[in-house]
Design a protein around this ligand. Structure first.
Ligand code: AP5
Ligand code: MG
Length: 218
């Protein structure tokens, strides 16, 4: 399956993607995680991305689209993928449509995670991620690690993302409403959007997402 996950910052895209990718045997491709890996490896791409991410803005399409396409072209994504955080504006969505069409492929679904803004703020405020791999995600209250500040998956140190400061979160939410939400209409016109509530326990949301993707009522 080829799936796009969409939803505001802190909706639980990364958290759900980890479970859905496992259940569906497809790779989880997060442009945010790819940028954070470049930042920790201090690449030129990482230095450029950091200046935009720290301000809560989108990294320019010129670099983002190429990076996402390179990742999707890797062997493990041949039979499908779960995109998290890409596309994030209409021009990225159009670039993805074109790239898939050129390969004779298409998306199967766009899963839209709905969460009220006050819940998103609570989720982001308590989020801690791993220094070794930013796809290892915890929450101080909702998904605490077994040992404080230590990653359950790999033993890495947990920390708070630099763009999770309150004023940056507000900016990211504005950018989401202005630039990312329009992709939902873009994909509704293609009949691809399934919307679910992302409230409730992590495993309940995963169940709801799996049912929705299997075409059952969620
Ligand atoms: P990115 O890393 O994609 O961040 P985001 O979209 O803002 O989303 P988040 O990662 O903040 O939230 P999430 O939905 O993944 O939530 P999570 O699962 O962690 O992007 C960061 C930046 O990179 C962007 O601002 C931009 O600068 C740049 N960028 C990335 N892609 C780009 C693109 N395509 N174009 C241009 N720029 C791009 O969950 C949040 C917390 O809630 C966690 O602590 C988790 O444990 C907890 N939680 C999850 N589910 C539940 C639940 N059901 N109940 C209780 N707690 C829960
Ligand atoms: Mg994420």
């Amino acid at each position: 399956m080829r799936i796009v996950l969409v939803g505001p910052p802190g909706a639980g895209k990364g958290t759900q993607a980890a479970f859905l990718a496992k259940n569906l045997s497809i790779p989880h491709i997060s442009t945010g995680d790819l940028f954070r890996a470049n930042i920790s490896q201090q690449t030129e791409l990482g230095k450029l991305a950091k200046s935009y991410m720290d301000a809560g803005n989108l990294v320019p399409d010129e670099v983002t689209i190429g990076m996402a396409k390179d990742r999707m072209a890797q062997a493990d994504a041949e039979n499908g993928f779960l995109l998290d955080g890409f596309p994030r504006n209409v021009s990225q969505a159009e670039a993805l449509d074109e790239a898939l069409k050129a390969d004779g492929q298409k998306l199967d679904a766009v899963l839209d995670l709905e969460v009220p803004e006050d819940e998103v703020v609570k989720r982001i405020a308590g989020r801690r991620i791993c220094r070794n791999d930013s796809s290892h995600v915890f929450h101080v209250t909702y998904s605490p690690p077994k040992q404080q500040d230590v990653c359950d998956v790999c033993g890495g140190e947990l920390y708070q993302r630099g763009d999770d400061k309150e004023e940056t979160v507000r900016k990211r939410l504005d950018v989401y409403h202005r630039e990312t939400e329009p992709i939902i209409d873009h994909y509704k016109a293609q009949g691809l959007v399934v919307t679910i509530s992302a409230l409730g326990k992590v495993d309940e949301v995963t169940q709801r997402a799996m049912s929705a993707l299997q075409g059952e009522s969620a």
